[in-house]
Design a protein around this ligand. Sequence first.
Ligand code: 6PG
Length: 475
Amino acid sequence: MTNRNSKQHNEIGMIGLGVMGRNFLLNVADHGFLVAGYDKDVSKVEALRRESKERNIQGAENIHEFIELLRKPRAIIMLVPAGAPVDSVIKDLLPHLDKGDLIIDAGNSYFKDTDLRADNLAVKGIHFLGVGVSGGEEGARHGPSIMPGGSKEAYERVRPIFEATAAKVNNLPCVTYLGPGSAGHFVKMVHNGIEYAMMQLLSETYDLMKRGLGLNDDQLHDVYNKWNNGELNSYLMEITGKIFSKVDEKTNKRLIDEILDVARQKGTGMWTSQSAMELQVPIPTIDLAVAMRDMSVYKNQRESAGKVLQWPMLIFKDNQNTFLNQLRHALYTGMIITYAQGMALLTVASDKYNYNLDLEAVARIWRGGCIIRAGLLEDIQNAFHTRNDLPNLLLDPDLSKKIIENQEHLRYIVCRGAELGVPVPALMSSLSYLDAYRSSWLPANLIQAQRDYFGAHTYERIDSKGTFHTEWEKK
Ligand code: 6PG
């Protein structure tokens, strides 16, 4: 390593010293790399300096100073909010860069923006990587899951840094080169779509247990903790259990009950649904998860509607333990179906956008560090190991066996939700997805007939090739 007193010695630079950027920089420095950080907000640079202590980190207060601290050819990571801030940072950087320098966008950028930026920068001789980073503040600091996409050659330059800083599962880093262009940001987007669906599924089990069974926060804490010790083991399950025991410092009551029931979003779930619609891949559980965040925002209307559109909120009377057991199986089934939808989207996108994704590798790097890490991902990795062109996880022999064994519980829970009047759209849509996917016949012939009836859109026949039109009103 170069002497830290010389200028232009740092192996990598970071722009954007918010919590994620600063934590990731500290993580990189902890692994012995020389790093420099820059943020327009001087207080963030000062915060970095305070936290740096004896580490190999230098902070810069302007872009010129920052560029001077980097070894050539330069490698610069940016961790700034998606959208305009990314373009603004690139614009500020460009006059200071030379051909062969590398910019890495490690934020949650929209994948089409990533393709555009990569093309524009390539013309100027600047390399660009679109890299998904998952794991929140803690992950960034101690080991995230990293999803890189772009030029393989550019990736090789930073591979040692990513492999050192990523989470490890079975001693393997949760990072691998995923594919060209926007492959990394597309995979991260779908990761977030799955994250939305898992959070919605968990919220529905919470609702069923709170309003349906009348469980209190202590009981909910116990249930989620118990579930986390079995086949449902996952990061989101773990934090859900912990959430129910957290006491609010202000009121001394449980914090969960002081939080307004309005969910916010930054857009990655919506992008997943939009992309799936564009590619004509059904991902209804993820769609519903986005829709339910949208529904939560209509708090005032929901309050008014509740007074008019009444249905007696029944409390479940039968055996609670049996119900909880069935709920656990139903949630597990919903989780498998959610992953199946996300992976099916990646399969089609890989083909359409020439990402050439290795889905076994995607499942592997999601097993540690990221928000959707779950025991189930080992089965998913195995499924793609057995058959790397598996079109849908529901066709994997082991996972389909689990679905067959558990589906009755999902059916039971969906019926109870409908009876009680507790909304369980993610569980319901998972079940409907399953039933549709296993239906060799669907009533789409009626839709074709209707289209042809009112718009002469034609239809295909089961007994001959070609397209046909009927004069439906002709006697
Ligand atoms: C992650 C998270 C992270 C972010 C979400 C939150 O993988 O670490 O997904 O990227 O916390 O984007 O998204 P919403 O604000 O849309 O819920």
